[in-house]
Write a protein that binds this ligand. Structure first.
Ligand code: 13P
Length: 278
């Protein structure tokens, strides 16, 4: 089923697992991401940045995700990741995305709350779920670098949640976007404090840099959505370089692209196996 993030994460909470949220960097890789979820027996969140959504076309992402969810009988949520513009959020909701993230983490706290409220208001009226962020994630995403992340302040998170009815909360707990050559050191004291005070599903960003040995403990601490982007990008691009380099220019494009999508399939299926927490 094409599904709303709120109900998807609610089920994950009940059965104590985490849902993988995977960034699609083009339309080509999406069918293999959804097939991987189907084969792993899990729901999946396909997410796109504002720029990738514009590049591919929001309605094209919606059409593929909806059609495959129905045909493969797998739960799929299509999510707009790190949106900063209300216009883009509205466009995604109107196009049929099933959830959106409003990222006001760089704004002053009050302004983040006010603008998040405007988003939840519009989204909930349209049956669309919302993720917001308190604290920041360091690192590089879509070419934009934020040097150091800022840890989520638990008190601020609680104040935010008592004013804004979000369906998922992204937290700064030591992860970095785009970290693919090393692993991050998570702030477990903070994660445990957030978990014991907050019932809203929590979201990890910068998942590529998180050690897989930490996944189980994150699930046990209320992480219900776990974002992985760079690892897919790197797997796709490395495979593309290898194949494009060794084939003739008039070789069918399919022969070069299919292995790239397969590399993404393998990563998604592997990660989901760990997120299911069995
Ligand atoms: P990585 O690209 O570091 O895996 O992070 C993905 C992410 O958090 C998307 O919002």
């Amino acid at each position: 089923m094409y599904k709303n993030l709120e109900s998807m994460l609610g089920e994950a909470e009940k059965l104590n697992y985490t849902v993988g949220a995977f960034n699609a960097h083009n339309l080509e890789m999406v069918p293999d991401m959804i097939r991987a979820a189907k084969d792993a027996g899990s729901p999946v969140i396909i997410q796109t940045s504002e720029s990738t959504a514009k590049y591919v076309g929001m309605k094209n992402f919606v059409a593929v995700c909806k059609m495959m969810a129905e045909e493969l009988l797998v739960d799929v949520d299509l999510h707009l990741d790190h949106a900063k513009s209300f216009d883009n959020i509205k466009e995604a909701i109107d196009a049929g995305y099933s959830s959106v993230m409003f990222d006001g983490s760089a704004l002053p706290f009050r302004e983040n709350m006010e603008r998040s409220l405007r988003v939840t208001d519009y989204a909930h009226k349209h049956g669309v779920a919302v993720e917001c962020e308190i604290g920041t994630i360091g690192g590089t995403e879509e070419g934009i670098t934020v040097a150091e992340g800022v840890y989520t302040d638990p008190k601020q998170a609680l104040e935010f949640l008592s004013n804004v009815p979000v369906d998922a909360l992204a937290v700064g707990v030591g992860t970095h976007h785009g970290q693919f050559e090393s692993k991050t050191k998570l702030n477990w004291n903070l994660i445990e404090e957030l978990h014991s005070n907050i019932s809203t599903p929590l979201v990890i960003h910068g998942g590529t840099g998180v050690n897989e040995n930490d996944y189980h403990r994150l699930t046990e601490n209320g992480i219900r959505k776990f974002n992985v982007g760079t690892e897919l990008l790197v797997a796709w691009t490395r495979t593309a370089k290898k194949y494009f380099d060794k084939t003739e220019v008039n070789n069918s494009l399919r022969n070069n692209i299919m292995p790239c999508n397969k590399a993404v399939y393998d990563v998604v299926k592997h990660k989901i196996g760990l997120f299911l927490n069995k």
